[in-house]
Write a protein that binds this ligand. Structure first.
Ligand SMILES: [Zn+2]
Length: 195
């Protein structure tokens, strides 16, 4: 395929996993489930290790190279089966976390991983000094924008905490802005005076 944004590790072409039976099974498994506007390339199917996955409702039994369109730049790119396995089995992302940006628009996976690890560590702590709370809020904003963090309730609770303890800080302004974006459509915008 032409014109796809290449991935530094996986390239820009569909990979053939060489598993003909697996390709058939994956196609049956996802029949009717593919997101609209996305193409899945069955020959790339690799079986997931469900013991390593985190999911809310449904696991992903197969990873399949999937053609997507970048939310930021609008170019096409592949979200590779191997990459999905890395996200959902090694990094520990929930399988509901979707890849919405091309490799160029995305931060590097190392950044993603570092911030996800720090977020996971900090969010589990009972007592956080202000400096660490600031890091947690910054990571939450980053992971939200990357589509990794998807719990709006959690984001709002962090926003309230930031407003109480980190008033006037940059990171507080940022999480407030993101949360206001979530509320648009639900409430009328009350303008900047409410903040
Ligand atoms: Zn892009």
């Amino acid at each position: 395929m032409r014109g796809l944004v290449p991935h530094p590790r996986y390239g820009a072409g569909v990979r053939d996993a060489g598993d003909v039976e697996g390709a058939k099974l994956a196609q049956q498994y996802y029949a009717g489930w593919a997101r609209s506007g996305e193409a899945m390339f069955w020959e790339s199917a690799i079986r997931a290790d469900l013991g390593k996955q985190k999911y809310f409702v449904m696991p992903s039994l197969w990873y399949v190279d999937t053609l997507k369109r970048c939310r930021d730049c609008g170019r096409g790119f592949l979200f590779f089966a191997e990459e999905q396995r890395y996200w959902y089995e090694e990094l520990g992302f929930n399988v509901n976390a979707d890849c919405v940006r091309c490799p160029e628009c995305r931060k590097t996976e190392r950044t993603l991983r570092r911030r996800f690890d720090r977020y996971s560590r900090l969010v589990g702590k009972k007592e956080l000094p202000d400096a660490e709370l600031g890091e947690l809020v910054a990571d939450a904003c980053f992971l939200w924008e990357e589509g990794i963090l998807q719990d709006a309730g959690k984001l709002r609770r962090l926003k309230n905490l930031a407003r109480r303890r980190l008033a006037g800080e940059k990171v507080t302004a940022k999480i407030v802005r993101i949360c206001e974006g979530l509320d648009v459509g639900k409430n009328e915008r009350s303008g900047d005076l409410s903040g």
